[in-house]
Design a protein around this ligand. Structure first.
Ligand code: GSH
Length: 205
């Protein structure tokens, strides 16, 4: 059965879409908006009881959580080159994915909410500032890590890079100060043909 990916590309569904493009997987894209109406229907709640996007149906395996989905796709298609070759590499993939989800994403989200996503009257500039300052601190860890390697695991792009780069998708406006290696790494990630194809879906009707 063809892989189904639920959720418009202008959402966290960009993550599984990018992974599917990297892996060369055929997929059906159900371009449902996170504000509904389809995601409010009981049929979708049976797929993702959170009512959020993305979700996938991979030959009967139904999954939500964008970063778990990319890990699953990469792990089950190792020939696609996004997974690690050994247990040490797998551990690093989990490390960077969890770092993206717990250390980076809440701050990126706080910044985005208080600069663009929330209605203007609900935005609190001090919270946007706080988020950007804290994220800047966190990103020093990444900057240091990239001193000795081009990609998070070393010599090649993996799902760890995909997950962190996607979480930091607004890096160019988010990060202040001197983070040259981080910016170069991020540009390399988003310049990949598969990333370009996935982002182009944001403009598709
Ligand atoms: N941790 C979840 C978050 C999913 C999420 O909140 N998605 C947003 C769109 S980017 C959504 O569906 N929001 C609609 C809502 O919260 O009702 C993931 O990474 O998949």
């Amino acid at each position: 059965m063809t892989l189904k990916i639920y959720g418009i590309a202008a959402s966290r569904a960009i993550r599984p879409l990018w992974a599917a493009e990297e892996l060369g997987l055929p997929y059906e894209h159900l371009r449902w908006h996170y504000q509904g109406p389809e995601t409010r229907e009981p049929a979708y709640r049976a797929i993702n009881p959170n009512g959020t996007v993305p979700a996938i149906d991979d030959d009967g395996l139904v999954l939500f959580e964008s970063l778990a989905i990319t890990l699953h796709l990469a792990q089950t298609r190792p020939e696609g080159g996004l997974w690690a070759d050994d247990a040490r590499g797998v551990a690093q993939i989990y490390q960077w994915t969890l770092w993206a989800a717990t250390e980076a994403e809440p701050l990126a989200r706080q910044w985005f909410h208080h600069t663009g996503f929330l209605p203007p009257e609900q935005r609190i500039p001090a919270l946007a500032e706080e988020a950007i300052d804290k994220l800047q601190q966190r990103l020093r860890v990444l900057e240091e890590h990239l001193a000795a390697r081009d990609w998070l695991l070393g010599e090649r792009f993996t799902v760890a890079d995909l997950n962190l780069a996607a979480v930091l998708q607004r890096l160019s406006v988010l990060a202040r100060g001197e983070l040259p290696r981080t910016h170069d790494w991020h540009r390399r990630c988003l310049a990949r043909p598969a990333a370009q194809r996935a982002w182009a879906l944001r403009n598709a009707v």
